[in-house]
Ligand binder design. Structure first.
Ligand SMILES: CC(=O)N[C@H]1[C@@H](OP(=O)(O)OP(=O)(O)OC[C@H]2O[C@@H](n3ccc(=O)[nH]c3=O)[C@H](O)[C@@H]2O)O[C@H](CO)[C@@H](O)[C@@H]1O[C@H](C)C(=O)N[C@@H](C)C(=O)N[C@H](CCC(=O)O)C(=O)O
Ligand SMILES: Nc1ncnc2c1ncn2[C@@H]1O[C@H](COP(=O)(O)OP(=O)(O)OP(=O)(O)O)[C@@H](O)[C@H]1O
Ligand SMILES: N[C@H](CCC[C@H](N)C(=O)O)C(=O)O
Ligand SMILES: [Mg+2]
Length: 464
């Protein structure tokens, strides 16, 4: 790729990452305006700048576009290709990471070289690398995708977060399957309204997925019909999944001690499946993953046997330890009202005694979800302990107060380790402890610092 007779050596959206020969993407953001750094980028060697037509670009080629993020992504994609032959994307408020990871496992069992990109980082059969965000920035995303292709990955699935979709952070790679899990309250600090949040996610179906691709849609969510309508409008192939699903219909679900038995109708035939994961939500994610595999050409018989061999996803209803009194302690990543409801509901059939829930809400995130999470927790559990979860730049006691406003009768223990210890101490033999919100996370983010913290590890220490 060449601009003004100079060979392009790379792409950057941060002026501090410019080397001679780089194409710079100058975007207006939430904290900065990238256009303010154009002169510095050119001084550092940028040969072309993708920016709005009204931006001032002197001394480099100005690629003037009304939507510079999208234009930059398309151009960078030409530079970074090739990409894996089969790429799927999954969106939804909850279940993206789980669905992506389960899809990767199913592809792997089918003999494909598969990878997933999302909250857990980049996962392949042999490796896991952290990226920091669910959807990395566009340059990292494209570089990762092309790196995976060069390593021989043929099947990749990525999590398309609403932030990522609205900022064109996961653009430019041809997507042949787009999946939807569900939509409920989250990130309203960023999107403003549920409708705007929904529209951000719908870009995946309206624009991102290929015309010749396939949509895999969880059919039992209140938003599902609207997503199905979008896919129909584009006339893309459709696989609906769930009790109302036509591609994979969930006929019944019976919890067992270590998992659940599902009865499914697929292409007219009824099958019984022993899924080794507990909870309605994990069944939903596993079935959406199965839909993605079917959409990319998987055969049903082997798919069913692979579903029965799925491994748990890190930090999603992960059994951390059993207390001295005999109560199992689960760690889950529920960080929305709907997620908390789903996690508690998953454990309820396995609880003979009391369900004890420990959770908090993140700082610098949607504040409206806090009392809603509090209300869900007290309504569905027997004992609730409200604690801290990544206060970030906020005062943790004010976050807890927001949560407590909805959590009548809950205990409040700010220090997460003490909160977990309290729950474990009070757990009796038939009880279950749920520690929600951080899942796989390895740190507590307080005022820009990340203090090491792992719910699973802390639970084990407290139970020892
Ligand atoms: C609100 C938000 O999503 N912000 C993300 C976004 O920033 P932005 O585009 O608004 O950028 P900005 O910081 O205002 O800067 C504007 C531009 O100037 C450039 N710049 C800035 C400063 C400078 O000195 N030089 C320079 O060139 C920046 O590189 C950027 O291109 O793009 C950046 C790079 O791609 C991200 O790092 C950043 O994520 C911040 C850190 C963040 O916390 N994001 C969270 C909310 C997020 O995205 N979460 C979703 C989660 C969701 C889920 O699954 O639920 C995720 O996908 O991870
Ligand atoms: N299908 C689902 N329906 C309702 N809740 C779910 C579903 N799947 C997962 N959850 C809840 O959401 C939590 C997070 O799951 P997961 O990490 O798969 O979602 P995600 O969409 O990737 O989240 P993030 O937005 O943080 O990336 C789980 O631990 C669980 O509590
Ligand atoms: N992807 C979500 C993760 C939230 C996890 C929770 N532990 C928190 O910090 O709020 C977010 O960035 O909002
Ligand atoms: Mg995720």
């Amino acid at each position: 790729m060449v601009f003004a007779d100079r060979i392009v050596t790379g792409f950057a959206i941060d002026h501090r990452k410019i080397a001679p020969g780089t194409v710079f993407g100058a975007f207006e953001g939430t904290a900065f305006n990238g256009e303010d750094f154009i002169d510095e980028a050119i001084a550092a060697g940028a040969i072309a700048v993708v920016a709005r037509p009204e931006a001032a670009v002197r001394g480099a080629v100005h690629i003037a576009e009304a939507n510079p993020r999208q234009a930059f992504a398309r151009l960078a994609a030409q530079f970074f290709q090739p990409f894996p032959a089969h790429v799927a994307a999954v969106t939804g408020t909850n279940g993206k990471t789980s669905t992506a990871e389960l899809t990767r496992q199913l592809w792997r069992m089918a003999g494909h070289n598969a990878a997933s990109i999302g909250t857990l980082g980049i996962t392949t059969a042999s490796d896991q690398a952290k990226t920091g965000l669910t959807t990395p920035d566009i340059v990292t995303f494209l570089a990762n995708m092309s790196g995976l292709a060069r390593e021989g990955i043929s099947h990749a699935i990525f999590e398309a977060s609403s932030h990522g979709l609205s900022q064109y952070r996961s653009e430019g790679v041809p997507v042949s399957v787009a999946a939807f899990t569900n939509l409920s309250r989250d990130h309203l600090d960023y999107h403003g309204t549920m409708e705007a949040y929904f529209e951000a996610k719908m870009r995946l179906f309206d624009e991102v997925v290929d015309e010749s691709g396939c949509a895999v849609i969880w059919a039992d969510d209140v938003w599902s019909d609207q997503v199905i309508a979008r896919a129909r409008k584009r006339e893309i192939r459709l696989i609906t999944v769930g009790e109302k699903g036509k591609g994979i219909q969930l006929l019944s679900r019976q919890p067992t001690q270590l998992g659940q038995t599902l009865e499914l109708r697929i292409q007219g035939d009824v099958h019984k499946l022993k899924l080794p994961l507990i909870g309605a939500y994990q069944a939903a994610n596993a079935l959406v993953a199965a839909g993605v595999v079917m959409a990319s050409g998987g055969d049903v018989e082997s798919l069913l046997s692979h579903l029965a061999r799925l491994q748990p996803v890190r930090g999603r209803l992960e059994r951390a330890v059993i207390t001295k009194s005999g109560a199992p302690v689960y760690v889950d990543y529920a960080h929305t009202p709907d997620g908390l409801r789903a996690a508690i509901a998953a454990l309820r059939p396995h609880t003979k005694g009391k369900l004890i829930t420990v959770f908090g809400a993140g700082g610098d995130r949607d504040t409206g979800k806090r009392p809603e999470m509090g209300a869900v927790a007290v309504a569905d559990s027997d004992i609730v302990i409200v604690t801290d979860d990544n206060p970030r730049s906020e005062d943790p006691s004010l976050i807890r107060a927001d949560v407590m406003a909805g959590a009548k009768g809950a205990y409040e223990i700010g220090d997460r380790r003490y909160a977990i210890a309290f729950a474990i101490e009070h757990a009796e033999p038939d009880d279950i402890v749920l520690i929600a919100g951080k899942g796989h996370e390895q740190g507590q983010i307080i005022m820009g610092r990340v203090l090491p913290f792992d719910d699973v590890e802390v639970a084990r220490e407290c139970a020892a």
